[in-house]
Design a protein around this ligand. Structure first.
Ligand code: BMA
Length: 330
């Protein structure tokens, strides 16, 4: 039992107890990866994706690299959060009047429900990487909204509720290429259209090297009695390129621009063959989260090696205790 998560009971999220002898705070699903190469006819690789509960089952928005190599977004459904039925075609975006409004490319979606609407935030092409924003209420009509920010920006993550009457979003200003820098900022909006009050939240660095190059927000923040629990990716730069690991941070519940505790060491780093070998080796990129308030169970969805979708688990009380005891805020 747990009483830390402020949210719903979701007893049927994917779960596996920590293996005997494992001392890690976050452990991998034994059936990983849950989505492998060429999972549907129109996609070669599905990864860096996001999921939500829906009517006792699950829905997801998926980054899919098509067979021409170009990334786009697909929608899918699942009874158990492990086996996914992903639509045969990319999401068919329209404008507010129902006219086609296709995206040029889309990747790394985050998925959030605010009130009665489901929002997707992704990396969009606006003459360069920018944040895309869209919404749906029925998973049939997907409406594109104005881009929250000008290029270049990635890793947009909406909070699941308004704070002090404002929508809140995290983002990571970047460059037009494979950005060698990156800090997380927060912005707010009264209407999801006009964004401002931009503030710095957290940057790269620390005593370790795993998050020394850049950081970006992961899945939507999870509301807890100890603050907003946010998983994020930290990147180090090696002679063979970037390495993407996963850490977590607790943000102040009323002022999420303020970092309370932050993992000094990574929680998950590429180790398994499906993380170290693939289209882009050495990537463990968190993008989705399911949680059960009753037990404190968390299922974390992450993209592995820009090829696979994988799941890891943790228990919220143990994780928060670990973050507090092994924190480095800088
Ligand atoms: C980032 C994004 C992610 C990807 C990562 C590693 O810039 O493109 O989608 O997982 O690089 O290639």
């Amino acid at each position: 039992m747990s009483n830390i998560i402020i949210g719903d009971a979701l007893p049927n999220i994917p779960w596996e107890d920590k293996p005997k002898g494992c001392s890690d705070v976050v452990w991998r699903y034994s059936g990983n990866p849950i989505i492998g190469w060429n999972p549907i006819p129109k996609a070669a690789r599905i990864y860096n994706s996001a999921v939500l509960p829906y009517n006792g089952k699950f829905v997801g928005t998926f980054r899919a690299d098509q067979k021409n190599g170009r990334a786009t977004l697909f929608f899918g459904k699942s009874d158990d959060g492990i086996h996914w039925n992903i639509g045969p075609d990319p999401i068919n975006w329209v404008d507010e009047n129902g006219k086609p409004n296709p995206i040029s490319y889309g990747y790394d979606p985050r998925f959030v429900k605010i009130d009665d609407t489901y929002y997707i935030v992704w990396c969009d092409d606006m003459h360069g990487a920018s944040i895309g924003l869209g919404k749906t209420k029925d998973f049939k009509t997907f409406i594109r909204m104005p881009n929250p920010f000008m290029p270049y920006n990635r890793n947009g993550v909406l909070f699941p509720r308004k704070l002090n009457g404002k929508y809140m979003i995290l983002s990571r200003p970047s460059d037009s290429g494979h950005t060698p820098f990156g800090n997380i900022y927060i912005s707010e909006s009264p209407d999801l259209i006009h964004w401002g009050k931009h503030r710095f939240v957290m940057g790269n660095g620390g005593s370790g090297w795993w998050q020394g190059t850049k950081v970006g927000a992961g899945p939507i923040p999870l509301e807890t009695k100890e603050g907003w629990l946010l998983f994020y990716h930290g990147v180090s730069f090696t002679c063979n390129g970037f390495v993407y690991s996963t850490g977590a941070v607790l943000l102040d519940i009323n002022d999420p621009g303020k970092v309370l505790y932050r993992t000094r060491d990574y929680l998950l780093t590429p180790e398994k063959p499906y993380e170290t070998t693939g289209f882009v080796p050495n990537v463990a990129f968190p993008g989705g989260i399911l949680n059960d308030a009753t037990t404190g169970r968390i299922a974390l969805y992450y993209g592995a090696a820009d090829t696979y979708t994988a799941v890891a688990f943790c228990q919220v009380d143990e994780l928060i205790d670990h973050i507090k005891k092994n924190s480095e805020v800088f």
